[in-house]
Design a protein around this ligand. Sequence first.
Ligand SMILES: NC(=O)c1ccc[n+]([C@@H]2O[C@H](COP(=O)([O-])OP(=O)(O)OC[C@H]3O[C@@H](n4cnc5c(N)ncnc54)[C@H](O)[C@@H]3O)[C@@H](O)[C@H]2O)c1
Length: 262
Amino acid sequence: MKRLEGKITVVTGGAAGIGQAIAARLASEGAIPVIADLNFEQAQKTAQELNGIAVQTDVTSSASVNALADRVLEQFGRVDIVVNNAGIHIQKLAIHLTDEDWDSIQNTNARGCFFVCRAFAPHLMRRESGRIINIITKITGNPYSSAYVASKSTILAFTQCLALELAPYRVTVNAVAPGHIGPGTGMEKWFRAKADLLGQPWEEFEQAVLKGIPLGRWCTPEDVAGAVAYLSSDDAQFMTAETISVTGGWSGYSSTPKKEMV
Ligand SMILES: NC(=O)c1ccc[n+]([C@@H]2O[C@H](COP(=O)([O-])OP(=O)(O)OC[C@H]3O[C@@H](n4cnc5c(N)ncnc54)[C@H](O)[C@@H]3O)[C@@H](O)[C@H]2O)c1
């Protein structure tokens, strides 16, 4: 029997990128993935490939998230693993962020994670079993990313508190913090934009990134999925309120923004 055999697993933002890799890895270990994504067409494609289901979901809307929970419970009668992966990023200096930029990042990343946890946690608590895994980032202290990093720090703090609230019910809540995931992924555009913002040619930027990663390569979505699979498994049953970093040993950000006229 596979280690996640039959586990009903909700992955927000599971249609593409890291979420898709997580859903694929958990499905390969026997889980039944529920792909909860804004992009329904892509979600359906991914769900079909992985023998799961797609539910169009907007994590910024509590009504949409509650409808997701209702649908999953109606169809499967339970949920075992919830992965909060949906996330967006807008790269700007803090002084250039608009009200809307700040709000949309917070609403998708932090508020979305809260809505999903609030909707599914009572079911996990009643069954006294289950896993919540929140995808954050290891890249903090990062120029052009203040709103994004602030939203992920909110998720980290929320994770640590929720873990204690759910511990009496034997439901674990942990985070996975990826490092630099770039070429060949949806995130490549962010790193290319970052190189432009720093005024560096891509090759120079990439070399500098790789120099800071002791294991000498970019992180892949599959690396992140491996950590999520571990946290989903029985091997991690005594682990809660923790963060697994998947960085290749990278430990700090070194780039500084260009000085500009203000
Ligand atoms: N790529 C990296 O370097 C990196 C590093 C650290 C953390 N992360 C985090 O990993 C997660 C996934 O990143 P990615 O690079 O795969 O992103 P991506 O843009 O490739 O995919 C994100 C998915 O989320 C969906 N989505 C967006 N808004 C949504 C909403 N409101 N409701 C439901 N679904 C929504 C999108 O449709 C898409 O399928 C994010 O939380 C991101 O912050 C990424």
